[in-house]
Design a protein around this ligand. Structure first.
Ligand SMILES: [Zn+2]
Length: 608
């Protein structure tokens, strides 16, 4: 598939009025400068879906979806970018000759270049899997019951046992090897300085982002002596760990249709279910889910079923992930298979129908824990009950949704025969203690800083969003101030890191920032589009003060995070007095820095 020139894309986008387009599907009503309606992406009773005719964007403040008209078409009509342009062009009555869909090399941006290199590598691995001489590797997949169709759909491949076969192939394709090195496809030898292939004799699982682009790879070993079992791509400008989910790209449509997602641990668990036509499944790949991954799922559904192994490790992982999902506003059900079975082996033995009762079980993590406790303690002691209550309450204080708390507390009360009043009282006490603790870790009470915009207090995300917005839209003075104060490590959200990087690249190349040019690079990244549309529809009053507040918060959070880490180290090093002294000095130093920072901020060193 080719690419239309960005000039043409601009022409198409400019020719379609977003209000007219969306009105085909949503009943929009004028509200001030904007239009409002019921969001077509989530169910709601009061409209939080906004369309701005002046900015030509939409954003839902309920579910977070947003972007320009092309984003809307991609999201609503579930079309890939290229077809979204076709659809918009049709609507505007613009004809695009097929020849225009050709690639224009010069217009490739840096990120597109990196995607392209991964794409070349991915096809290379796919090709090798289909070679007759590598039949044994293809059989590896086939013996696990995977069809060619599934292998193609997930673009599975094989990295041959060779020293520099991929290096040569990339060279032949005109790829800059330093960029391929950045992506972790190849590396340079310490001894002779020559490039060699990183993935050797491994079956390959490409990681795709929400637009289907290849952002990295996981390679599984084929021989016992190989290390490690799974070799994964390192983080790169296009790949941040914990910011995607394996299989999500292929699952999106089915998740929407079914209204829930199944989360499994391993690649093969996922592929086994897909092979059996259960498509709404993603894999957490053996690590704890991140908040970013949870929120990613929340864009498509609010219900997730964790289908994990029935052994102790599987149960722990399922519970931990279930609470992470619940803390992020999802409803999680825990479904554990019999011990010693994973979804792969279970379905192979019993068929896909046998999964139904598990998928329908709908056990919340709290119910699940209560059930397990009852099984393990048919006649529980008061002490055991109290311990469980304490554990459960500590998890519940993390959940922000009061409705959920209102459901869980009576449940615990009933199942452990403890009066609800007592339980609520304990819960409140825990909540208060948590608040007090949170306050104590702040250097000084900051109640008198009430002038700080409310949005800032909502956390790191808002401050990161704020500086990105100001870099794109602030005046020169504010931009200079931010460029001087900002650094990479102040960001946590991978999407903002990407944006920050793109802005810095643009500044380096041209000396100025053109919002359009920067955003163009992310036209196909739905997550970033939604962030941008939210910023565009948010009012920022005093930009200079806002810039100063954002930087202050980001710096303070970074220091607090460091202090927290050191605190954890002190706790784990109680044995060694020397280490504790060392860390304590470090901690004092950081506390001083925080103090200084707060003082400076109070005194209000103005932007100059
Ligand atoms: Zn919505």
């Amino acid at each position: 598939m080719g690419r239309i020139s960005s000039l043409k894309i601009d022409e198409v986008r400019g020719a379609v009025n977003i209000v007219h387009y969306i009105s085909q599907f949503v009943n929009l009503k004028k509200a001030g400068q904007n239009y409002k309606g019921l969001c077509p992406f989530h169910t709601e009773k009061t409209p939080s879906f906004m369309v701005s005719p002046s900015k030509q964007i939409f954003h839902c403040f309920g579910c977070g979806k947003g972007g320009n008209v092309l984003t809307f078409i991609m999201e609503y009509e579930k079309l890939p970018f290229i077809d979204a342009i076709r659809r918009a062009a049709e609507f505007a009555g613009i004809s695009i000759p097929e020849a225009e869909f050709k690639r224009d090399e010069k217009e490739q941006t840096y990120f597109q270049k990196l995607y392209e290199i991964n794409e070349i590598a991915c096809s290379y691995f796919e090709e090798h899997l289909s070679k007759a001489m590598h039949k044994a590797q293809l059989d590896y997949f086939k013996n696990r019951g995977l069809s060619e169709k599934t292998i193609k759909k997930f673009r599975l491949g094989y990295a041959p046992e060779a020293n520099n076969k991929l290096v040569d192939f990339l060279k032949k394709k005109g790829v800059e090897l330093t960029e391929a090195e950045k992506l972790g496809l190849i590396a340079r030898s310490y001894s002779n300085g020559k490039y060699f292939d990183k993935f050797r004799h491994r079956v390959m699982f490409p990681f795709q982002n929400l637009s289907g682009r290849i952002i990295g790879f996981g390679g599984r070993k084929l021989k016992e002596e190989q290390q490690p079992k799974y070799l994964n791509s390192p983080e790169s400008p296009i790949y941040k760990k914990g910011s995607t989910l394996y299989g999500l790209y292929q699952a999106i449509q089915s998740i929407r249709e079914n209204g829930f997602v199944v989360i499994v641990e391993g690649y093969f668990d996922l592929l086994r279910l897909v092979e059996n036509r259960l498509y709404n499944v993603v894999a957490s790949s053996g690590t704890a889910l991140t908040d970013i991954q949870a929120r990613l799922i929340l864009r498509y559904t609010s219900h997730a079923v964790l289908l994990y192994d029935g052994d102790d490790a599987g149960r722990k992982a399922a519970l931990r992930n279930a609470y992470i999902l619940e803390n992020n506003g999802l409803n999680a059900s825990v479904a554990l298979l019999p011990a010693d079975e994973d979804p792969d082996s279970f379905v192979r033995k019993n068929g896909i129908k046998a999964l139904d009762p598990y998928l329908k079980s709908q056990l919340t993590p709290v119910e699940f824990e209560l059930n397990t406790f009852a099984e393990e303690n048919p006649h529980p002691s008061m002490e055991a009950k109290n311990r469980l209550i304490q554990e459960l309450l500590e998890k519940l204080v993390e959940i922000k949704d009061p409705l959920k708390i209102g459901l869980y507390l009576p449940l615990i009360s009933e199942r452990l025969s403890m009066t609800e009043e007592l339980l609520v009282e304990q819960f409140r006490r825990l909540q208060r203690r948590r608040k007090r603790f949170a306050k104590r870790t702040e250097p000084e009470p900051e109640e008198n800083e009430s002038v700080t915009p409310v949005r800032l207090r909502q956390g790191q995300y808002q401050a990161e969003a704020g500086v990105i917005y100001l870099l794109l839209n602030g005046d020169q003075q504010i931009r200079n101030y931010l460029m001087e104060k900002l650094s990479y490590d102040l960001f946590e959200n991978p999407h903002f890191i990407l944006l920050y990087e793109a802005i810095m690249n643009e500044l380096e190349e041209t000396g100025s920032v053109n919002e359009e040019v920067v955003l163009e690079q992310f036209q196909e990244d739905l997550e970033i589009q939604s962030i941008i549309s939210e910023l565009a529809l948010t009012e920022f009053q005093d930009q200079a003060k806002f810039a100063r507040d954002c930087i202050f918060q980001l710096k303070k959070w970074r220091l607090e995070k460091q202090a927290e880490e050191i605190n954890a180290m002190i706790r784990s090093e109680v044995e060694s007095g020397e280490a504790v002294v060392h860390y304590s000095i470090e901690l004092t130093r950081i506390r001083k820095q925080i103090h200084q920072l707060v003082k400076q901020h109070r005194e209000g060193s103005e932007i100059s």
